[in-house]
Design a protein. Sequence first.
Length: 166
Amino acid sequence: MALNASTTLPYSVAQVTDTFISEAFLRHISELVGGNLVSVNLDGSVDGAFNLTVVRKLPTTRLPEIARKIVGESLSVTQTEQWQAPAADGSRTADVEVKVAGAPVDAKAVQKLVAEGGSTRVELEGEVTSGIPFLGGKIAAAAEPMLAKALNLQAAQAEAWIAGRA
């Protein structure tokens, strides 16, 4: 299933990047959806190219009953982001991969933080896949809107987070 989402935040790419990689912000987002942040690992300097790995434990309460029977009451979700160094205008690109332990769903996407004056357009394009024969398309189709909602939640929370610290 194709994954596409876009939103604009009234802050610079640097402010958005700093928020998206902040352990406190990542913990806030995890707890907001009823989960918890297990670990955050930042490898490299934010001034250049860097990698970020985030592991969360998330509840399965929003999944259909049949899915909860298979995966249990929570999921371990690992999100790996490989960020490129900023472009001349400050814009950034990250290759994002999401793996769900114990569930046959993966997502790969490219997230772009595009500088637009003093604002940042956050774009996410990718694909959600499932390796289960016959049911994989249905599982991926169910996961795609949840991931798009997660981006919108992250963006809305990032805007409030930055405003609260300005």
